[in-house]
Write a protein that binds this ligand. Structure first.
Ligand code: ATP
Ligand code: MG
Length: 201
């Protein structure tokens, strides 16, 4: 096939493709808040959520963040967005760690964090609400799933929500409009590479 023939074929194929895409674009007409769930065992859930936080702030929007698990170290996202005027940032109290092994204390910390998250989900000024590591709250029964689902359903119509965490309950997949399941194909940790500030937290 000559280059000329190849170019002509490519043009014809792209024309057909454009017609299909244009038709799909025409059919997606709803403008409303989207619920996104980012789950799976691969790395990239929270960092993806915070990428969208940056995107929203870039457009001059206000954002609410609740992190349901407090790690050992303060995260870069908390240091950056925690003091940003466009962001309301709440981290679950230090009561929750894998070390306390005190279920009652962890449950209380979860309930307190949820109070703030619930307030974010009623605030129409927030264009985006991130519920980071939310899935674990149901795994250990720290929060009633029904209460959270009801708050998601009742939120302002234009508000987007991103939930992250492994092992999401089927109800969370169901209520979400967009679900991304991040696969763990390879992880540096298993190659003996330590978690590092800025890249991992
Ligand atoms: P990130 O915040 O980097 O986007 P994540 O939110 O997808 O990661 P979490 O399960 O919340 O992943 O894990 C938080 C920490 O664990 C991060 O430091 C991350 O680098 C690390 N991590 C994520 N996935 C894996 C994995 N498959 N194996 C080992 N460590 C991981
Ligand atoms: Mg995470």
């Amino acid at each position: 096939m000559s280059e000329q023939e190849r170019n002509a074929r490519h043009k014809a194929r792209m024309e057909r493709k454009k017609a299909v895409v244009d038709e799909r674009v025409k059919q997606a007409t709803d403008v409303r808040g989207v619920i996104q769930l980012i789950t799976g065992n691969g790395k990239g859930k929270s960092s993806s959520a915070f990428g969208t936080v940056a995107r929203a702030i870039g457009h001059g929007q206000k954002v609410g963040v609740t992190q349901f698990i407090k790690g050992k170290w303060q995260s870069g996202e908390e240091m950056l967005f925690g003091s940003h005027p466009a962001v309301t940032f709440r981290v679950m109290g230090t009561g929750f760690t894998w070390n306390t092994q005190d279920r009652e204390q962890d449950k209380r910390a979860a309930e307190q964090a949820w109070e703030d998250a619930a307030a974010m989900l009623t605030n129409p000024e927030l264009a985006l609400v991130v519920l980071d590591e939310l899935t674990y709250m149901f795994k250990y029964d720290y929060l009633p799933l029904e209460t959270v689902l009801a708050a998601l359903r009742a939120r302002p119509a234009q508000q987007h929500v991103i939930m992250t965490g492994r092992g999401a309950k089927p109800e969370l997949l169901e209520i979400a409009d967009t679900v991304s399941d991040i696969q763990d194909v390879k992880h540096a940790f298993r190659g003996g590479i330590k978690a590092q500030a800025g890249f991992d937290w």
